[in-house]
Design a protein around this ligand. Structure first.
Ligand code: PXG
Length: 285
């Protein structure tokens, strides 16, 4: 059976799952989304993803025509329907189709789409040996233009930064904010370790408040690793002892090089390793 995709309460096979070309999600990137994971058939931190989705929607004045509980149930149903154990889930809410023109009042029917598919992770070698990133010249969205806390269907600035990374042979790229501080990577949050202290940019640095990021902060506290949310610059990353990224897709992935410079001794550090395995354990419980 081909993949079953949820659209507005109905399931369609992958080939038949279609949305109007008049949808403002397509025409203007007018919509919000979430990227979630399921492990052993159970969605990781589902409620937090649902909360963030509704916050994103509220921020763009998009009313999701479904209760949070009903949407959570639909996510679980989509995973179960496709008999997936470990899955990547894309939850999308668009403004819906309407007249050509920006006016969201001229749209009706927001579209709710849930895709649950298998996940392609980064190569295993990156998790063991760490990966290299570059600093992109494309900055993260200015918070006064479009808050990076909104997971909107407008990902172009991150895509441009991702292209910069790929052209430099890196799968992730570090993005600075409008003040020149470290924000995050194109689809992952960033942590550094300096003198035994774990540090990550605060939400007001213009980042998406990652669910994996928050899980790692919880794990650090549980393991007695001091952790602070603090503004940091590229300099702090360059002189860090350790660095890693977090995200629903990437989980916890060590970074050993930035802009061709080794971080610390260029090896995956002990705190990165500890949190990487603690996270693995957490999601598989
Ligand atoms: N920053 C940005 C800009 C993101 O898009 C994260 C951080 C990490 O957040 P979570 O909540 O996932 O820990 C994201 C999340 C994909 C994909 O398909 C992207 C994300 C998540 C899942 C899949 O590239 N981005």
């Amino acid at each position: 059976m081909s993949l079953q995709i949820y659209i507005n309460g109905q399931f369609f096979s992958k080939e038949d799952a279609k949305i109007s070309v008049y949808d403002h999600g397509l025409l203007y990137g007018d919509g919000v989304f979430e990227g979630l994971r399921a492990y052993s058939g159970k969605v990781f931190r589902l409620q937090q993803h649902i909360d963030r989705l509704y916050e994103s929607a509220r921020a763009i004045m998009l009313e999701i025509p479904m209760t949070m509980d009903a949407l959570s149930a639909a996510v679980n149903e989509t995973v179960a329907k496709n008999s997936l154990q470990d899955a990547y889930i894309r939850l999308v809410v668009t403004r819906g189709s309407g007249a050509l023109g920006l006016d969201p009042n001229k749209t009706s029917n927001p579209q709710i789409i849930i895709i649950a598919d298998s996940i392609t992770l980064y190569p295993a070698e990156f998790y063991e040996k760490g990966m290299a990133i570059i600093t992109a010249s494309t900055i993260r969205n200015h918070p006064a233009a479009l808050s990076p806390r909104i997971k909107s269907l407008n990902y172009l600035n991150n895509i441009l930064a991702k292209i910069e990374g790929l052209q430099a042979g890196c799968v992730e790229a570090l993005m600075l904010n409008h003040k020149g501080e470290v924000a995050e990577c194109t689809g992952d949050n960033i942590f550094i370790v300096k003198d035994g202290v774990l540090k990550t940019p605060p939400t007001d640095a213009g980042i998406l408040e990652g669910i994996t990021r928050n899980a790692v902060i919880d794990l650090a506290r549980e393991h007695g690793i001091p952790c602070i949310e603090t503004a940091m610059t590229r300099h702090d990353v360059i002189v860090a002892d350790e660095c890693f990224l977090t995200g629903s897709a990437a989980e916890v992935i060590p970074v050993v090089k930035v802009d061709s410079r080794s971080i610390g001794d260029g090896q995956v550090g002990p705190i990165s390793k500890k949190l990487q395995s603690a996270f693995k354990k957490m999601v598989r419980m």
